[in-house]
Design a protein around this ligand. Structure first.
Ligand code: UDP
Ligand code: MG
Length: 139
């Protein structure tokens, strides 16, 4: 089964929509393999988003992602990466389709409610960033 990582970002945790987002995931056919509420350190966020290091939004992104608790959710499904990207919608909520997680809950292109892995390889690596294999259930 393919894996992908969801992070419910600090803006969505602040809005009290953790439950609504998880319901959209399970309603979309995803199985939850692992789940936890954590607060990222600045260093965690820098490492997680290292690929974006040269982008102008990197500093703000790191500050935002480490500025409040997040929920990390390890998910499994056939075609998980692509199906999850469809379920969350475009990075910018102004461009996200009706009924997507970001259309419903994102505030802006930066504070956009959820993270999503962008490839099967990154799905695996991003889950490993947050979870030991023995923390994943039913995999
Ligand atoms: N981001 C931002 N400004 C931008 C583009 C991205 O603040 O112009 C943030 C946003 O939180 C986004 C994250 O950086 O989710 C990673 O960007 P990416 O292009 O990978 O978007 P995603 O894969 O999350 O849709
Ligand atoms: Mg991305």
């Amino acid at each position: 089964m393919e894996r992908t990582l969801c992070i419910i970002k600090p803006d969505a945790v602040r809005k009290n929509v953790i439950g609504e987002i998880i319901a959209m995931l399970t309603g979309g056919g995803f199985t939850v393999l692992g789940l936890k509420l954590i607060q990222l350190s600045g260093q965690d966020a820098e490492r997680f988003y290292e690929v974006h290091k040269e982008r102008p939004f990197y500093g703000g992104l790191v500050e935002f992602m480490s500025g409040g608790p997040v929920v990390v959710v390890a998910l499994a499904k056939e075609n998980a990466v692509a199906d999850y990207r469809k379920l969350i919608g475009a990075t910018d909520p102004a461009e996200a389709e009706e009924g997507t997680v970001r259309k419903r809950f994102a505030s802006s292109k930066g504070e956009n409610a959820v993270h999503g892995s962008d490839s099967v390889e990154n799905g695996k690596n991003e889950i490993a960033f947050f979870f030991a294999e023995r923390e994943l259930v039913g995999a």
